[in-house]
Design a protein around this ligand. Structure first.
Ligand SMILES: *[C@@H]1O[C@H](CO)[C@@H](O)[C@H](O)[C@H]1NC(C)=O
Ligand SMILES: *[C@@H]1O[C@H](CO)[C@@H](O)[C@H](O)[C@H]1NC(C)=O
Length: 135
């Protein structure tokens, strides 16, 4: 009886912890990572996401940069909308968090290639999905 009496409050604490963890998932914090995978292997990539900060990041081949933000986004707005990607002779725009496409990643890893960004999954049974540039 005494053991039962103790385990009930413990269960309530557990339920409270679990439900608050669920709530925090609703306003999901998203980690976006960009890696320079330009096929040439010798091109520097410059990335800017002006909805977050007007700061450019220069990525040498294989280097990456990460942003952490909430995924409060829409297909036509949000923190990762209209990020720009530039390298020698090219300039493109891409939305790195479109909830219609990216709802299944809390950590979205983008490999930047000439033909467009490819999202790589950290789970082995998921394929890499490549997108076209928005412009
Ligand atoms: C790769 O980059 C180098 C240096 O910019 C350039 O000379 C070469 O033509 C490029 N190769 C391809 C396949 O784009
Ligand atoms: C970046 O610059 C643009 C154009 O000047 C401006 O509209 C935008 O609010 C700036 N972004 C931030 C995060 O300050």
């Amino acid at each position: 009886m005494a053991i039962f009496g103790k385990s009930v409050p413990f269960l309530w604490v557990l339920i409270l912890v679990l439900s608050s963890a669920n709530n925090s998932r609703v306003s999901a914090v998203v980690l976006i990572e960009v890696t320079n995978r330009l096929d040439n292997g010798s091109l520097d990539l410059t990335v800017t996401c002006p909805n977050i900060e007007n700061k450019s990041f220069l990525l040498h081949p294989g280097q990456y940069h990460q942003w952490i933000d909430n995924g409060d986004s829409s297909p036509s707005g949000g923190p990762f909308f209209k990020c720009s990607f530039q390298w020698k002779g090219a300039s493109h725009i891409f939305n790195m968090y479109n909830p219609a496409r990216d709802f299944d990643c809390e950590e979205c890893h983008w490999y930047i290639k000439e033909t467009g960004p490819c999202r790589v999954y950290d789970r082995p049974n998921k394929p890499t999905i490549c997108s076209n540039w928005d412009s």
